[in-house]
Design a protein around this ligand. Sequence first.
Ligand code: NAP
Length: 471
Amino acid sequence: MTERKLLIGGEWVETGEWVEVRSPYSHEVVGRVAKAGAAEAKAAIDAAEQAMAEPLPAHKRAEILVKVVAGIARRHDEIAHQITAEAGKPLKAARVETSRAMSTYTFAAVEARKLAGEMVPMDAAQAGEGKLAFTLREPIGIVGAISPFNFPLNLVAHKLAPALAAGCAVVLKPASQTPLSALTLAELADEAGLPAGWLNVLVGPASEIGDVLVEDERVRAITFTGSSGVGWKLRERAARKKVLLELGNATPVIVHGDADLDEAAEKLAANAFSFAGQSCISVQRIYIQKWVYDDFVARFVAKVEDLVVGDPADEATDVGPVIDDESRERILSWIEEARDAGAEILAGGGPDGELIQPTVIANASLDMKVCREEVFGPVCVVNSYEALDEAISLANGTRFGLQAGIFTADIRAAMRAAHKLEFGGVIVNEAPTFRADQMPYGGVKDSGNTREGPPYAVRELTEHRLVVIDL
Ligand code: NAP
């Protein structure tokens, strides 16, 4: 069992109280972490303020980020197993996540070295004649970061690495269910020589720690990844801070009549059920052109039935548990609701011991929860359409707008979809679950208000400071 203390002001701190971390698969305790409250949150902000009083030069920040990459590489296997233990993520997906975190830190190190302001063409206006002006890129200030359970390493990396690249100290609150990976990253940053106070990690009651981050004026930005309800509420309450939101989706993909059906079926089956559908861009709704519907669905269901369901620590497993019993019950009840309302179950449809069978549902309408809301479970809906614009309108038919996709051989259809789909990203001939860590990633509508990926996150976490010189 792993035991971890909190990192506050460069000290590893115990509080006398603990948060237990349980495997979502075996329900055994796999670790415990010292429990923080409002007092520790305040101390963490004090430490961050003190750290920022002595800025770290960009080359030092870049060096530390690169050393963290080396640290992850050194402990790759251990870290992947830890993700599996705390999140129940199948080991092969946990290994991919671990490698992606290295990529996130690497791109952040590049951004730290490139950070620069810009010249302002002053004599372009009469008023500017005889003046020289440029901007400095200043760190926004202390960043409060809040992360979800589903990518406990790489989504924490997307909070910490760009903030440090931007020159900001961070107070991080990872998800209570999966705090171990975040604390491993803190350990690696500490070993890499990050001075005291630049990174502080608090694990404990979300609203208590969240309230301190929202209310303390020294925290200038809150970067939040998680559910829409919590995210938008935080933004409402922190009106005077920059609040960056990366939220949920009910991810749609269009399979147009001219698509390569084998390729689409294979990629979509893998990406609807990987980590039991608990990715914000897990394939949830597939719209298939009518004349290839039967062909595609037969191929797709066959691929789904080939997925290996079971122990996430087994190298062969594709689909493991969902995060907790409450989520399991909710997902099963949404499947029942669709079935009762007349939808047809083509695969799965119920429990598989303690797990949920990969489930494919046909003829579910947009007013059913399995279409309208984010399932965040191993459930995927297939429906047919006649013309492309109908599919686009169905895809746009929820409150979400993170990423969408289209499979087609027709560049005009692909570009029409790219223009008309109201999403932060449109992926062509690949599952809409695709993400490389340098991409601008984020949503519109209820799915968020920012773009993550180090080049974009660093922009969000720095401000242009104008300097005008009279010559
Ligand atoms: P969540 O329940 O919203 O929790 C996310 C984080 O917010 C956790 O650290 C949680 O702490 C904290 N939190 C909860 N209530 C809070 C409050 N009142 N004040 C401050 N913090 C609070 O989400 P989740 O179940 O962990 O993650 C799943 C969601 O994240 C899905 O909707 C998914 O789509 C979304 N997501 C989005 C992206 C993206 O990049 N767009 C990526 C991954 C996931 P506790 O754990 O202590 O409750």
